[in-house]
Design a binder for this molecule. Structure first.
Ligand SMILES: O=C(O)CCC(=O)C(=O)O
Length: 233
C-alpha cells in the first residue's frame, strides 16, 4: 500500500484535497463498473425513464439516476480498510463515523459545459473554522474525461471560511462572476479542480471545501461514487 507521506499531508492541508491516482485496481472495480454500465444503459433505453430524466434540471438528473440503481456492493468494493487507513493518516485520527457510499451517476450529453449556475456548497457546517469536520472520498468507477461530469472542488477554500456564517464571501462573489471567475479566484489563492481521471483514482476532500456537481458534456455516462468520513471535534 502506498503510504501518505509528509508532502501529501501538507498538500492536503494547503489545498483541501488529495488525489490518490490508481488507488483501486481495474480488476477490483470491474464487476461494479460492468453492472453500473448495464443498468444505466438499460434505464436510458427505457423511454419513460429517459423522458423523465431529460425534463429535470441537470443536477436533479444526477440524483434521480443515482437513486434508481441499487448500490449495496459499492461500499464494500470502494471503502476498503486501506482507504480508511489513508484517511486516518491524513487526518491524524480515525473517523468517528463512516457514512454509506452513494453513487454519483450523470447521464451522458447533458449539454454544454459551463461554470455558470453551478451549485457550490459544503455538506456540513464546520463548527470551528480550524477543525477538520470530515474527509469525503470521491471514487472514479470508470474513466471520467474533462467536462465529463466530474465533481468540481474549490481547492484552498477551506482556508477562507468567513468568521460569521452570513458574512459576505469573496469566494461566492467570484463564483457568481460572468466573466473569467477563475482569474479572480486565483487572486484569492484558490483554484477550481475537476475530479476527472482514470477508473480507480480516488480524491480525498476536506469537507470544508466548496464543491459542486458539474455538467456532463461527454458522450459517456459518468460513473462516480462518494463516501463521507466524519470526525468528532
Ligand atoms: O459530483 C456530484 O454529483 C456532486 C457531489 C456532491 O456535491 C456531494 O456528494 O456532496
Amino acid at each position: 500500500m502506498r503510504q501518505i507521506d509528509l508532502d501529501s499531508t501538507e498538500f492536503f492541508s494547503r489545498n483541501g484535497y488529495l488525489r490518490l491516482a490508481a488507488f483501486h485496481s481495474p480488476a477490483r472495480l470491474a464487476a461494479l463498473r460492468q453492472r453500473l454500465l448495464a443498468e444505466t444503459s438499460r434505464l436510458s433505453r427505457a423511454e419513460g425513464v429517459a423522458r423523465t430524466l431529460r425534463k429535470l434540471p441537470v443536477f436533479q438528473q444526477i440524483g434521480k439516476l443515482s437513486s434508481a440503481i441499487a448500490a449495496q456492493d459499492a461500499h464494500e468494493v470502494l471503502v476498503t480498510p486501506e482507504l480508511i487507513a489513508q484517511i486516518t493518516r491524513l487526518a491524524g485520527r480515525a473517523p468517528s463515523g463512516i457514512q454509506r457510499t452513494q453513487l454519483l451517476l450523470s447521464p451522458a450529453r447533458q449539454g454544454d459545459w459551463t461554470l455558470q449556475g453551478l451549485n457550490w456548497h459544503v455538506d456540513i457546517a464546520a463548527k470551528q473554522r480550524n477543525h477538520l469536520p470530515g474527509i469525503q472520498a470521491f471514487f472514479l468507477i470508470d474513466d471520467v474525461a474533462p467536462h465529463g461530469g466530474a465533481t468540481l472542488a474549490l481547492a484552498g477554500s477551506q482556508r477562507l471560511i468567513p468568521e460569521q456564517a452570513n458574512a459576505p464571501s469573496p469566494l461566492r462573489e467570484a463564483l457568481r462572476m460572468r466573466e473569467n471567475p477563475e482569474a479572480r479566484l486565483r487572486e484569492l489563492g484558490v483554484s477550481i479542480i475537476e475530479m476527472c481521471g482514470r477508473a480507480g483514482d480516488v480524491f480525498l476532500m476536506d469537507m470544508r471545501v466548496l464543491h459542486t456537481p458539474s455538467v456532463n458534456a461527454s458522450k459517456q455516462v459518468r460513473l462516480m461514487a462518494t463516501c463521507r468520513c466524519l470526525f468528532n471535534s
